[in-house]
Design a binder for this molecule. Structure first.
Ligand SMILES: *[C@@H]1O[C@H](CO)[C@@H](O)[C@H](O)[C@H]1NC(C)=O
Ligand SMILES: *[C@@H]1O[C@H](CO)[C@@H](O)[C@H](O)[C@H]1NC(C)=O
Ligand SMILES: *[C@@H]1O[C@H](CO)[C@@H](O)[C@H](O)[C@H]1NC(C)=O
Ligand SMILES: *[C@@H]1O[C@H](CO)[C@@H](O)[C@H](O)[C@H]1NC(C)=O
Ligand SMILES: *[C@@H]1O[C@H](CO)[C@@H](O)[C@H](O)[C@H]1NC(C)=O
Ligand SMILES: *[C@@H]1O[C@H](CO)[C@@H](O)[C@H](O)[C@H]1NC(C)=O
Ligand SMILES: *[C@@H]1O[C@H](CO)[C@@H](O)[C@H](O)[C@H]1NC(C)=O
Length: 886
């Protein structure tokens, strides 16, 4: 959406300039310094070539100095890397043409993190914030012939600890991560990816490097630093306008003309303007005269994602001084917090283009410890996986990074709404002047870079810091509490919120997540209970209570985090482990688990409903345990998500009208147990296959309350449906239906959840032959006059471990090629729950997986991400179902 972004050169204008034949001097000229640099540690004992953009760890690995940092225990072995200081060096020539320009800048799109920069032996500046771009004026330092540029990076671990020492008046907790995370301390003192010092799902790799482009930019008149455009809707006049901001660095005050146009909307306007000397922002409003013809941008499944081309041209005395194009998409977003009938508190939901939208999705974390190793394909594949699972929202979580431009552009194209945190997470933060100043610059730059993206629907100040303060995570004595509250308000309210309000009036801002929103504000920004289900959003985790019981979960207005851990599959672990690691009690297995008691909690949760794997063969026992952890996670998150979706309309005991379900977490940073639904490398866990169904636009949800079975019809559609529930009762003992049930058709308005079926379980069983809770189970779907609507769902009347007659099924699978698709046909001799197909390390995914085979037959296709064959697939295919682990 932006003409300029996180790669060098930033100046799309130049080429166009030359193209239209304007004399040189219209500017700017760029020289990219990306490519091979040299890199060495403090005493020169390690010296190697290094790619820019890149980082020290990646360079060491690429040059064979170290092994794969993700292999086994290498996160500990390679701890020394981040305790060293490293220097990046490059040499380059600049032409006289560049040196003779009025202004020459040395621009760093992203430095990780603490650096001092020298050009030809002269200090030109320093950096302390990974999330900022830095420009240094270097015209007079450049030489004819060879120039030498050195970037000296200080150990981020040392820097953070020195900053902590310098902050002696009071502590700024947490001092260190819990031991189980095997991390390093004081990450809150450095403006850097907070999870790089370790997290409960990720390793400690405090990176250092030039993680984005470096270039020399030269110009005579001005340079366009950034163009941002934000569509604004005047509902009174039913009229759109586009607020266009040009962030310009001008050599001297320049008068000129700027013309803006969106040809497709027949809108064009010219402005006389003045670019004041130095870095300034010029704002223009382009009125859209054909507002009624504007095609709106909609979230996935709610409509299309059109965009328009905005052209920006600037001239001075007939000479073109800037010329760029960017994209504009039109949509409105409102966060509605207003009184709710029959409930204390306030609503909390998003209206997109005036329509209430239930936000379905997950939370995004950095896709790799080393950002330079995240390819465009990885980004695209993960985001495509999100929409393919019927998600419409991702929350870019505040402990990672503001993602790269490509991420947001793909979200724009796919209709994924982004809840964008600012990068502060699970900690108190200092508020010294220099810290606040660097944060202010970070926030301004990121807002300007990102606000043109329609995908971003909300800014949020931090992750869980209101809750950390309110519920005293860090044992702060009551007498000191005001100090921390003051710091909190200073950082997130008086600085970040204020900047957002100045820079972007087109989106809501929340100070934290979870928060009570307007109610938190009323309580002085830190609510007594930020988890209050009557207000705002909540995060909820419980590993010890039975997740199959929906009563466990708070009936919140908006669930922005919840989840359960599982292990990735063996094929994902294999490249980073050896055979002796493949048991649930190996050193490796506990080393990769960064959440206290995580491995035990998974078994405890599994044991509520399943027999735990007990095979005598150790490898089988291990793979069975990986499988059962995925079954458990999938079933837990399904239950919780379905509870939230069926709560979208009701108020029960003052709670409900839930309008968001974003589980924790979409993706993984490495190969380890975590809450993710997609393994490192892109393989879908069983949870992600389940999400395809539980996020479906039309969904039947079954559950029990007071010994009655309910089926709700949930619809996210715009139009009304007349739906009835159709159920089939099966016996665990043999495939094929025992009896069927159905309800009368009921009106299900667009965007609602309606109970369409209710029957006491005893009556249901009595009407179905010799069925009991332990011998039978139920599948069901929704139908209208035109046929089936939405997926088939199931309800177990007992735990599968208590199911009577459940046999070890004889499942046969046949792989065939049909119309260039790989098709797997399965037959089962008996009812088989959680049937799981795995093709090892053949990348790709199935059309469905982890399914219940109740009728005996099933056909799925495999979408391979590289060429494969029927033979290879057949050879790699394994089929597991629940009883295989007994
Ligand atoms: C250089 O520093 C490294 C790491 O601190 C150390 O292991 C090595 O012995 C040093 N080498 C020399 C030549 O001083
Ligand atoms: C790294 O630089 C810091 C600051 O200049 C210095 O205190 C420290 O000793 C250096 N560390 C090494 C390993 O050279
Ligand atoms: C850079 O300048 C030096 C000194 O004038 C010259 O020897 C060298 O060939 C130049 N390098 C390039 C790539 O032009
Ligand atoms: C569009 O509307 C603006 C303001 O309402 C007006 O100044 C301009 O002349 C109109 N342009 C066209 C092409 O109708
Ligand atoms: C499983 O099914 C296959 C194919 O129908 C059959 O050949 C085989 O004998 C069956 N095995 C068992 C143990 O029933
Ligand atoms: C399953 O498929 C087989 C072979 O196509 C067919 O004979 C059988 O009737 C099917 N069984 C069920 C329960 O649909
Ligand atoms: C494994 O567990 C199953 C189910 O509890 C039980 O029937 C079986 O005897 C156990 N096997 C071993 C080897 O302990």
């Amino acid at each position: 959406m932006t003409a300029s972004g996180d790669t060098c050169p930033r100046t799309l204008g130049v080429l166009l300039c030359l193209f239209v034949g304007v004399v040189s001097g219209c500017s700017p000229e760029s020289l990219s310094l990306d490519g091979k640099w040299s890199l060495s540690n403090s005493n020169g004992s390690v010296s190697l070539a290094a790619q820019v953009p890149g980082c020290v760890h990646s360079a060491l690995q690429q040059q064979g100095v170290i092994q794969d940092p993700y292999f086994r225990f290498n996160d500990l072995t390679y701890r020394w890397i981040a305790l060293e200081n490293w220097t990046y060096t490059t040499v380059f020539n600049v032409s006289a043409r560049v040196r003779n320009k009025q202004k020459v800048l040395l621009s760093f799109e992203g430095v990780d993190t603490v650096a001092s920069i020298r050009l030809n032996g002269v200090a030109v500046g320093s950096t302390d914030n990974m999330f900022r771009r830095y420009d240094f004026s270097v015209r007079d330092l450049l030489r004819d012939g060879v120039n030498e540029l050195k970037v000296g990076l200080m150990s981020p671990v040392l820097y953070a600890s020195e900053r902590r020492e310098a902050h002696s008046a009071y502590r700024v907790p947490p001092e260190c991560p819990p031991d189980v995370q095997k991390g390093v301390c004081h990450v809150n003192f450095i403006r850097k990816e907070q999870s790089s010092f370790s997290w409960d799902w990720g390793p400690s790799f405090p990176t250092m490097g030039l993680w984005k482009g470096v270039c020399v930019e030269a110009f005579d008149v001005l340079q366009l630093v950034q163009v941002s455009s934000v569509p604004l809707y005047n509902s009174g006049l039913s009229q759109w306008s586009v607020q266009v901001e040009l962030h310009v660095d001008a050599v001297q005050t320049t008068h000129g003309q700027v013309s803006l146009s969106i040809p497709e909307l027949e809108s064009e306007q010219s402005f006389q303007t003045q670019f004041v000397s130095g870095k300034t922002k010029n704002i223009f409003i382009l009125h859209i005269n054909t507002s009624s013809e504007v095609k709106l941008w909609w979230p996935h499944t709610h409509g299309d994602q059109p965009s328009y081309q905005l052209s920006v041209r600037g001239s001075q005395d007939g000479l073109l001084i800037l010329n760029t194009k960017s994209k504009v998409s039109f949509r409105t977003v409102e966060l509605i917090q207003e009184p709710v009938l029959g409930s204390p508190g306030l609503s909390f939901y998003f209206r997109i283009n005036g329509k209430p939208v239930f936000l379905k999705g997950s939370n995004w974390i950095p896709a790799h410890s080393f950002q330079d190793q995240i390819s465009p394909d990885v980004v695209r594949n993960l985001l495509q996986s999100a929409v393919d699972a019927n998600m419409n929202t991702l929350r870019v979580w505040g402990g990672g990074v503001y993602e790269q431009d490509l991420f947001y552009s793909v979200c724009d194209e796919l209709g994924i709404m982004i809840w964008q945190d600012f990068m502060f997470a699970c900690a108190m933060y200092p508020t010294e002047d220099d810290f606040i100043q660097t944060v202010r610059e970070e926030v301004v730059q990121q807002l300007r870079r990102l606000k043109s993206h329609p995908s971003i629907i909300i800014w949020s100040g931090n992750n869980e810091n209101e809750a950390a303060l309110a519920t005293d995570w860090f044992s702060i004595p009551a007498s000191q509490r005001p100090t921390y509250t003051r710091d909190y308000v200073t950082l997130y309210v008086n600085n970040i919120r204020k900047i957002v309000q100045e820079e972007d009036q087109s989106r809501p801002f929340l100070v934290s997540s979870p928060t009570n929103g307007a109610e938190s504000e009323r309580q002085g920004w830190v609510a007594a209970d930020p988890y209050d289900p009557h207000y705002g959003d909540t995060h909820f985790y419980s590993y010890l209570l039975d997740c199959w019981d929906w009563r466990t979960f708070p009936r919140t207005r908006f669930a922005s985090e919840y989840g359960f851990q599982s292990w990735p599959s063996l094929s994902t672990l294999q490249p980073v482990s050896v055979e002796e690691d493949w048991s649930y009690d190996s050193d490796f297995t506990s080393h990769r688990q960064h959440h206290e008691d995580g491995n035990q909690q998974m078994l405890l949760q599994a044991a509520f409903h399943f027999h735990l794997p007990n095979a005598t063969d150790p490898l089988k026992r291990f793979t069975d345990t990986l499988y059962i952890s995925q079954v458990t996670q999938a079933q837990c998150v399904k239950t919780q998500t379905e509870f939230y979706r069926r709560s979208r309309t009701e108020i029960v005991e003052g709670k409900g009208q839930t309008m968001g379900a974003l589980y924790w977490q979409l993706n993984d940073i490495w190969q380890a147990p975590s809450w993710s639904s997609i393994e490192f490398g892109g393989k879908w866990k069983m949870l992600h296959y389940f999400a395809q169904s539980f996020f479906a636009p039309v969904l039947p949800v079954g559950f029990e309350d007071a010994d009655s079975l309910f089926i709700y019809a949930v619809s996210d559609l715009s139009h009304d449906l007349k739906l009835r529930a159709v159920g089939t009762v099966f016996s665990w003992a043999r495939p094929g239906p025992v009896c069927t049930l159905s309800s009368d058709p009921l009106l299900v308005p667009g965007g609602s959840a309606v109970a369409v079926f209710k029957q006491p379980v005893a009556a249901l069983l009595a009407g179905c032959g010799r069925c009991t809770r332990t011998t039978c189970l139920l599948t069901f779907h929704l139908e209208d006059a035109s046929g089936r609507q939405g997926p088939t769902n199931h309800h177990f009347l007992c735990s599968p471990k208590d199911a009577e007659g459940l046999q070890r099924p004889n499942i046969t699978a046949k792989v065939q090629e049909a119309e260039s698709a790989l098709v797997i046909t399965l037959h089962s001799s008996s009812v088989a729950p959680f049937v799981w197909l795995d093709v090892g390390n053949i990348p790709g995914r199935f059309s469905s997986n982890g399914f219940l085979m109740a009728s005996g037959n099933m056909t799925v296709t495999f979408d391979a991400w590289r060429p494969t064959s029927v033979t290879e697939l057949s050879r790699s295919l394994s089929v597991t179902s629940l009883t295989d682990v007994y």
